[in-house]
Ligand binder design. Structure first.
Ligand code: GTR
Length: 328
């Protein structure tokens, strides 16, 4: 079935059920969910797990089909399609939302979290819940946040040990002004680019490097063309799972609650898969010839002041930073 026909089948099924059942009890709805990662990646598996929960709890009425491997497009493009309701759900990193939704800059900020545990505690608590609500102002419903590990720099030229080693390198970043500022503050040249274009840009020398977590560095095989992986661990920018407000509004309140609960419950599954995958990916890239080095972080932390000065100006965002730092 083509993507368009699936979309119409959702609309038709809901219209029919509304007409027959009085209340809009969704019948045989398959939600289309976007992800740029391959079929075995933890984010894809976690949304499938959510779909399984939803199918069971709705007695088979509601399912999710995950269109993995960027079948529905690169992240930035799929944001608009999700806002318009052409795509029902989207698992996407926080960074491509940064320019649209200012509050999403905060969890992407360099060194904002002290550890993965700190990040999980913040995103699972009231700060995370408030951030999920921010998506509603932009035609989206925030469903959950997933882990994304820590992002580190990799490149084809040299090991990065101090900010001075970044000077002059052309580094790909996600399509986020905050990430452009982060890389510029280290004296490198930031090139925003969709994820799917990075391998060939590295291979042809259009860029010298990029930054990402172990699983993405491995699944994309970037380690083959960019072998120095330096553990700057500069951002823990989480993943967001969002739904189109238009698609969400087609369900009655009980089904909406089912969807939200299944999404939240998929977080634990994601973390289990993620922790295992990080270790596997690290081992794979090492076996594949990646040169890994540890980094003294403080000079990188110190270099990030201009990023905070530029992106944390609004009093609400300042409060959010303080609230995150106060979480123990
Ligand atoms: C990954 C993230 C993707 C995408 C990618 C990128 O870690 O899971 O959603 O944002 O990074 O760098 O574009």
């Amino acid at each position: 079935m083509t993507a368009r026909r699936i979309f119409f089948s959702l609309t038709a099924a809901l219209a029919l059920s509304a007409a027959t059942a009085g209340a809009a009890l969704a019948q045989n709805v398959t939600l289309r969910s976007a992800d740029i990662h391959p079929t075995d990646y933890p984010t894809v598996e976690a949304v499938r797990h959510m779909g399984k929960l939803l199918e069971e709890r709705s007695q088979g009425r509601i399912k999710i089909n995950v269109f993995h491997s960027a079948q529905l497009g690169q992240e930035k493009d799929t944001i608009d399609q999700t806002r318009f309701g052409v795509i029902d759900m989207n698992r996407i990193n926080m960074a491509p939302f940064n320019n649209l939704i200012p509050a999403t800059n905060i969890p992407s900020l360099p060194f904002i979290f002290r550890s993965v545990e700190h990040m999980r505690k913040v995103m699972d608590g009231p700060i995370g819940d408030n951030l999920l609500k921010e998506f509603e102002k932009h035609d989206l419903v925030g469903l959950a946040f997933y882990d994304s590990g820590s992002r580190s720099f990799y490149n084809s030229k040299r090991a990065i040990k101090s900010p001075a080693d970044m000077k002059g390198l052309k580094i790909r970043v996600q399509q986020s002004d905050m990430f452009v500022a982060l890389v510029s503050a280290l004296g490198a040249n930031a090139t925003p680019m969709p994820f799917g274009e990075v391998y060939s840009a590295l291979q042809t020398g259009v860029i010298d490097g990029a930054e990402n977590n172990w699983p993405s560095y491995e699944s994309t095989r970037h380690f083959e063309v960019s072998k120095y992986y330096s553990q700057t661990e500069h951002s823990l920018s989480p993943e967001a799972l969002v739904m189109s407000k238009k698609s969400f509004a087609r369900f009655n309140a009980a089904d909406q609650a089912l969807i939200k609960a299944a999404a939240k419950e998929s977080v634990a599954k994601m973390r289990e898969l993620w922790d295992a995958r990080e270790k596997e990916s690290e081992a794979k890239v090492k076996a594949g010839g990646a040169q890994i080095n540890a980094v003294e972080k403080q000079p990188f932390v110190d270099a990030m002041k201009p990023v905070y000065d530029k992106f944390v100006t609004d009093p609400k965002l300042k409060e959010m930073v303080a609230a995150i730092q106060a979480v123990n």
